[in-house]
Design a protein around this ligand. Structure first.
Ligand code: GCB
Length: 604
């Protein structure tokens, strides 16, 4: 029972809530480290007036409401809350789909749970948060341990100094209020699911520990597995080792002044990862007292002119776009089962590729893609018109990109980092996203950079000449001929002109259909109409010489408040090939036939 009533709420120290805590750190492979799960029931209290963060004149409080371990009922006058009596919801999970009263809620939510924990002497402990949408603050035993912005990336807060041996409690304040200067901004076409949407755990590491590592196959030297290991607190001269027992391969390196060691090792009998053969190896990374054991696949991905080369061979990306929307129950996808259902449907379609839109998806999805053999487009949430002219907005986008790449860089499945989706063409935007592309290449020179661009038209010709294309390895474009534009047949007369000699992925096309609603080929909202759009689109796409992939919009219906049409949409974007209840629509069959019979795209 913890109280921190009104008397405490008048302690005014402006700006102090943000003080004290350290910046969260990025950990590679956090999900494969031994961990103490904090998943399960957490008490929650909605706080739309931010009473826990501000006093009655709106000044920030020194310490978050509910966070002070010392306050006891009766200490400070009336106590306006009691976590032990508050409702509970599950973590991981958005709050919107767990309790009807939270369905439309956008604002601040307080979370609390007790846990037993005793750390080993000398170890460091991190609170690992898979994602908290959008802004979050954490306290352990009343001590603030971190603050984070960005709703779709993992972060880790050091709690070593805040933990006690035995009983502990953690409080989180998670706020999904939309802001103009956030990334993404106030306008999106998906539900703004709030809360601790991904897994939460405690990770214990030695004093010096491996925070990031990169293990990949060289593009230029056959059979060479290379990369680097970074050790937090590591001393120059300390050794690291990367061992792949199945290949009898061991790479060694020595830390430099920055705590980073490069390594390489050679294997003559390596089996490369591909969609047809998604081979993963057990890789043990060791530095001093710390070891991480990961499952990593090895492949190369490159472009040559307008070809995409996987393991040196031209490949066509037969894909589909996927939101992190949970099948059958809606809400945020957050389990292996969700990932396997969604990606299982993609495999059934005949896909070798998925566009994980419009933000970084979680590790369960990426691990499933590694295992199941699906190449992945992973996307930074620079969606539509963020405030491109503001350096602080750029910093938010870059931070999320760093977290995305830092967390997920060893997934063989990821072949494309996407910087943005459908951004308006202007100089500030081009500079902003080019900056992100440069940063992405610095962080990871082994993958391809893309973005989904808008297209312009001259008569019946669609033109892709957005200046941002110069900064990309692969051009993505979205178009909705037959849905937002004209008729399905319009595609038959449409030609394409691409200003860049680079591979093109049609990263979106599609049409809404309500599962079970039938009619003629030209009756909107029916399954027949959607199937008709797909047939005409596929014919058109086959005429684009440099098309090297596609990811139609979208695998499954997903919730969006932009879609209120009663009886048809009911707050769902209905462009799914499958309904939110798992019913396959006719267009699923159209695309499946094209993918499995190889009637679309250049043969591999
Ligand atoms: C788009 C967006 C996507 C939307 C889709 C639609 O262009 O990239 O996020 O959901 O269109 O259905 O309108």
């Amino acid at each position: 029972m913890r109280g921190f009533g009104f008397a405490a709420a008048v302690m005014i120290v402006a700006g102090a809530v943000g003080a004290g805590a350290q910046a969260p750190v990025v950990l590679t492979g956090a999900d494969v480290r031994p961990a103490t799960s904090l998943n399960g029931d957490w008490h929650v209290i909605p706080d739309p007036y931010q009473t826990g963060l501000r006093d009655f004149h709106g000044h920030e409080l020194t310490r978050g409401w509910f966070a002070n371990e010392k306050a006891k009922p009766g200490d400070t006058g009336p106590i306006d809350y009691d976590f032990s009596k508050a409702a509970t919801i599950k973590v991981p999970g958005d709050w919107n789909t767990q309790r009807p009263e939270f369905f439309w809620y956008e604002g601040l939510m307080w979370y609390e749970r007790d846990f037993e924990y005793t750390a080993k002497a000398g170890d460091r402990v991190f609170l690992h948060v898979g994602a908290a949408n959008y802004r979050s603050l954490f306290w352990v035993n009343g001590k603030k341990v971190c603050e984070h912005e960005g709703g779709f990336t993992a972060f880790n807060c050091e709690v070593t100094g805040a933990l006690k041996a035995g009983g502990n409690f953690v409080v989180a304040a998670v706020d999904n209020t939309r802001h103009e200067d956030a990334v993404p901004t106030t306008q999106t076409d998906w539900w703004n699911y709030g809360g601790l949407t991904r897994a939460v755990s405690l990770i214990e590491v030695p004093e010096r520990f491996i925070d990031q590592y990169d293990v990949h196959l060289s593009r230029t030297e056959p059979g060479v597995i290379e990369g680097w290991v970074h050790v937090a607190g590591g001393k120059a001269g300390d050794k690291v080792e990367v061992a792949i027992a199945e290949l009898h391969a061991i790479g060694e390196g020595v830390l430099d002044e920055q705590g980073r060691a490069k390594f390489l090792t050679v294997s003559s009998n390596l089996e490369r990862w591909s969609p047809e053969h998604p081979k993963l190896y057990r890789v043990a990374i060791q530095a001093g007292a710390d070891t991480v054991t990961d499952q990593i696949g090895f492949r190369t991905i490159e472009v040559k002119g307008s070809e995409i080369l996987l393991n040196g061979k031209p490949v066509f990306l037969r894909g589909v776009s996927v939101h992190a929307e949970a099948p059958y129950r809606t809400g945020r996808a957050n389990s292996d089962k969700d990932a396997e259902t969604l990606l299982g449907w993609a495999k059934e379609l005949g896909c070798n590729f998925v566009r994980l839109a419009h933000y970084p998806h979680d590790e369960t999805m990426l691990r499933a893609a590694d295992r199941m053999g699906l190449m992945v487009w992973s996307e930074n949430p620079v969606y539509w018109a963020v405030q491109f002219d503001k350096p602080e907005v750029y910093a938010k986008a870059e931070r999320q990109l760093q977290e995305e790449i830092g967390t997920s860089r060893n997934h063989a499945a990821i072949v494309l980092w996407s910087m943005a989706n459908e951004t308006p063409i202007n100089d500030a935007r081009t500079k902003f996203i080019t900056g992100l592309a440069t940063r992405a290449r610095e962080l990871d020179p082994t993958r391809l950079i893309t973005a989904a661009l808008l297209v312009r038209a001259e008569g019946t010709t669609k033109i892709v000449d957005d200046p941002l294309g110069a900064a990309l390895d692969v051009i993505g474009t979205n178009e909705y001929i037959g849905w937002y534009e004209q008729h399905p047949e319009t595609a038959d007369k449409t030609d394409w002109r691409i200003a860049y000699d680079k591979p093109l992925i049609m990263s979106e096309f599609g049409a809404d259909a309500k599962a079970g609603l039938h009619g003629g080929d030209n009756d909107r909202w029916t399954e027949e109409y959607q199937a008709n759009v797909y047939r005409h689109q596929l014919g058109m796409l086959n005429r684009i010489g440099q098309l090297r992939g596609m990811s139609p919009w979208i695998l499954m219906d997903f919730r969006s408040p932009r879609r209120p049409l009663a009886g048809v949409q009911d707050e769902f974007n209905r462009k799914g090939l499958i309904s939110d209840q798992g019913e396959k629509k006719k267009a699923f069959g159209v695309l499946q036939e094209a993918y499995t019979k190889g009637t679309v795209g250049k043969a591999e």
